[in-house]
Design a protein around this ligand. Structure first.
Ligand SMILES: [Fe+2]
Length: 552
């Protein structure tokens, strides 16, 4: 094994597999490879060759002489060749890493000429064999002559370069493959996040999805998402946790408030701490050992995402990069969600203001539209209608008399009996209301409730004289709520009716003026509690609307 005790050795250690493979390959060619670091330490040691064993020598070439050549090669950075005193040939080339010499590869091999001349004599003395016998053994165990040295040097150079190039390619492939896997995970997560970024969605559900996915992709023990309160989208701080953390919600609040928020704000950069220690007495214990945190930002901080304790190793820049990408994506959703909530709030405010202007034309009808909206909503809920339809009916109740804007006040507020002509003017208000709202695409679905709220099952209503089930359900519900509130409120020409009389009147008119099913729903309610609720100041019930609410 290559000993990685110095910088050059650690570079050589990276090449250990390649060099071991090469030693085997060269061994088959009768070439004995040794690898050296720049300090002259044998990273892949010298092994005596087969010729030495055949001659009965305990060692072949002297490692010291090979070491000397290796040191010269690493110092000069050039290939070199020489003949050892024993007659073997030695060649060597530098090993480069990032344009730096990190060692030398030497190859020692016996040559046919070593049984001749002074080397042959030396062998005879060392082995006590005669020259003929020596020559026979050398012939059997040598493949090369001294003249082959240059070619073998070129071969060694080429093989070392090839192994290094292969090693670089393998390393790049591993890095590429790791990066690819990480990028795939990141993209998958970002895709999953963007697919649940429905602007009408609930920020808490969205945040929970994000941090649950973070656990897996970042391989962490726990994840935290925090969004600061911002009405109307986020009435209170949202804090969501995921994973196995030995922290309760209070501790998480403490952690974010005392250890993270100010550091993020002060540096305006993500936070990475692989040696987190909670201050003594902070109440945080030692559950958090590592953390990464990034801010969720609009123009100002709107919250943060936090990763707690890596399951293996430390947090690094790739974790920060991933968390930052997700925080950017999450911030886009949260900002859009805020804008959408603001728009909804504005729309509801405008619609309430619009309905209040109608009620304001006649002080006796103060709050009438709001109460009709409330009761319509209750009836729609009791009818079992889906949430979007309930909201449409609520809005139809709120705006049911919007057409009275086009009815002169002298007619609207007239005390005493209306003339035929005045009554005809009043009867135009459902149609006028539909005309006023028909330009607002988002309110298309509520027009049907407005235009039909004065129709009656017996066909004596207006404007079209529809009968029974011909009258849209929205109109039957809003119509019932409208009359109930009119009967239970003071008007210019009379006081509010007693509850008992209201109930008996409604029951009497079931099937003629009112839909019997709606009557049953209304009278099945606790009327006294209902009256109290309708007149409560808190009962304006602003409803959150979404585009789906306007689809049937
Ligand atoms: Fe009306």
């Amino acid at each position: 094994m290559i000993n990685a005790c110095s910088t050059s050795s650690s570079s050589l250690a990276d090449l250990e597999g390649a060099m071991t493979r090469l030693k085997t390959e060269l061994g088959r060619l009768g070439l004995n490879l040794t690898v050296w670091d720049t300090q002259g330490q044998a990273a892949i040691p010298y092994a005596p060759c087969r010729l030495g064993a055949a001659l009965g020598l305990s060692h072949g070439a002297s490692p010291t002489e090979i070491q000397d050549l290796a040191m010269r090669i690493t110092a000069e950075g050039q290939p070199a060749t020489c003949t050892l005193p024993g007659g073997c040939c030695l060649i060597g080339v530098p090993i480069m890493h990032r344009r730096r010499v990190v060692g030398a590869a030497t190859v020692c091999f016996p040559v046919k000429e070593m049984s001749e001349g002074p080397a042959g004599m030396q062998l005879c003395e060392q082995t006590r064999l005669d020259r003929k016998k020596i020559a026979a053994i050398v012939r059997e165990h040598t493949r090369y002559s001294l003249t082959d040295a240059d070619q073998l040097l070129q071969l060694l150079n080429w093989l070392i370069s090839r192994e290094q190039a292969l090693h670089v390619a393998e390393s790049e492939l591993i890095t590429l493959s790791t990066n690819l896997a990480t990028t795939y995970e990141e993209l998958s997560l970002l895709y999953r996040i963007s697919s649940c970024m429905k602007v009408t969605g609930n920020p808490e559900d969205f945040l929970q999805t994000v941090i649950t996915d973070l656990l897996e992709v970042m391989n962490i023990e726990g994840a935290i998402g925090l969004v600061y309160a911002h009405k109307p989208a986020v009435p209170d701080d949202i804090l969501v946790l995921s994973g196995d953390m030995d922290l309760n919600c209070d501790q998480v609040h403490l952690l974010t408030a005392t250890q993270i928020a100010h550091r993020l704000a002060d540096t305006n950069r993500p936070m990475l701490d692989n040696h987190f220690v909670a201050p003594p007495g902070s109440g945080l214990g030692n559950a958090v050992k590592q953390l990464v945190a990034v801010q969720l930002v609009d123009n100002d901080p709107i919250g943060m995402l936090i990763g707690i304790n890596k399951r293996a190793g430390d947090f690094d820049s790739s974790d920060l990069k991933l968390l930052s990408s997700i925080a950017n994506q999450a911030s886009v959703f949260l900002v859009n969600n805020r804008l959408y909530a603001d728009l909804q709030d504005l729309l509801m405010g405008v619609l309430h203001a619009l309905s209040a202007t109608i009620d304001a034309k006649d002080p006796y009808t103060h709050g009438h539209s709001r109460r009709v909206a409330m009761l319509s909503r209750r009836l729609a809920e009791r009818f079992g209608l889906p949430s979007p339809k309930v909201k449409q009916i609520y809005l139809a109740g709120l705006l049911h008399d919007i057409g009275k804007i086009g009815v002169p006040e002298r007619v609207l507020c007239k005390e005493g009996r209306l003339t035929e002509e005045e009554y005809e003017t009043i009867k135009r208000h459902p149609g006028l209301g539909a005309k006023i709202l028909q330009g607002i695409r988002q309110l298309d679905e509520i027009i049907v409730g407005i235009i039909s709220h004065h129709e009656r099952p017996d066909g004596k209503g207006y404007p079209r004289g529809l009968k029974g089930e011909e009258i849209p359900l929205e109109g039957r519900i809003v119509g019932m709520a409208d009359v109930f509130d009119a009967m239970t409120s003071d008007r210019t020409y009379r006081r509010a009716m007693e509850i008992e009389r209201v109930i008996s009147e409604i029951r009497r008119c079931a099937g003629t003026q009112f839909d019997p099913k709606i009557v049953d729903l209304l009278l099945g309610m606790d009327i006294t509690a209902l009256m109290k609720e309708l007149r409560s100041e808190d009962s304006s019930l602003p409803l959150a609307l979404s585009p789906e609410d306007f689809k049937t």
